[in-house]
Design a protein around this ligand. Structure first.
Ligand SMILES: [Zn+2]
Length: 275
């Protein structure tokens, strides 16, 4: 199993960080977790792409995590020479989101169907709304969902991927919670979105301070990793993006409560769990 951070950024545009998305390559195929800004540019750099995705898993429907869903749907459709349904898994509300995205794309769908004689089908997709438990089981690979806590955004889910005796957890946006703790038990890698509470409080901008309500700080994520006995904690969705030279501050805040390996994500950071 291989984990690649496609986008380590957040809603705040950053020239070097795409929006939230993680690629997990498994024995059952490539899984995409969230599809934020620029996801397919980074997927191309990682040697994957929309047509290759075995499953798209959404942690929640906040715009920064789903903004390029339209690109994944359209690019998969036009790059597949036969109907190739996109399998989407996400919290309740995902089916309506996919339907609304397809409706938004209606002019484009009409143009392409009229233009290409060999393209006779609309962008196909299947949607599975998930809450708790095993949501994918194929070829010895399982994906397990559990509810997380990103209130007032509801519902939200985290995912655990088990493949070949290794386990990766994708937390999504959440404060520490029992559902995430369950997923993390004994995991090799935890990919966790984080914000810097100290920096955000010092800025004091209400619109920004609000995000502290429903995100984990760096120490919060580290404590979750410690409780689960996780091997490696990957900090991503970095708010605000680390200023050059401040990377060690982030690591220090995580390494106080957590004694495992801590990595500060950059786009295309890759962890190989096969060895
Ligand atoms: Zn969110």
């Amino acid at each position: 199993m291989q984990v690649t951070i496609l986008g380590s950024g957040s809603p705040l545009p950053d020239p070097g960080r795409a929006g939230p998305s993680t690629l997990v390559r498994t024995a059952a195929g490539d899984f995409l977790f969230d599809c934020g800004r620029g996801v397919l540019m980074r997927a191309a750099a990682a040697g994957s792409g929309a047509a290759m995705v075995r499953g798209l898993f959404l942690t929640h429907l906040h715009s920064d995590h789903i903004t390029d869903l339209n690109d994944v749907l359209t690019t998969r459709w036009v790059m597949s020479l036969a109907p190739n349904p996109l399998a989407v898994f996400g919290p309740v509300g995902t089916a309506a989101l996919v339907a609304a995205t397809e409706a938004m794309l209606e002019p484009d769908i009409g143009y392409r169907l009229a233009h290409h004689d060999d393209l006779q089908w609309r962008p196909p997709s299947t949607v599975t709304e998930v809450e708790n438990g095993v949501v994918f089981d194929e070829g010895g690979v399982t994906v397990t969902a559990a509810p997380t806590d990103h209130a007032p955004v509801r519902p939200t889910v985290g995912f655990r991927i088990d493949d070949g005796g290794k386990a990766v957890v994708i937390a999504g946006d959440t404060v520490p919670c029992p559902g995430l703790d369950e997923l993390c038990v004994g995991a090799d890698v935890l990919v966790h979105t984080v914000v810097r509470r100290d920096i955000i409080e010092s800025i004091g901008l209400p619109r920004l301070t609000d995000v502290l309500d429903y995100h984990s700080s760096v120490p919060d994520a580290a404590q979750t990793a410690a409780r689960g006995g996780v091997g490696t904690l990957v900090l991503t969705h970095l708010v605000p993006a680390p200023a050059p030279g401040t990377e060690q501050e982030w690591l220090d805040q995580a390494q106080a409560p957590f004694k495992g390996e801590v990595l500060l994500a950059t786009d295309l950071l890759t962890l190989d769990l096969s060895a």
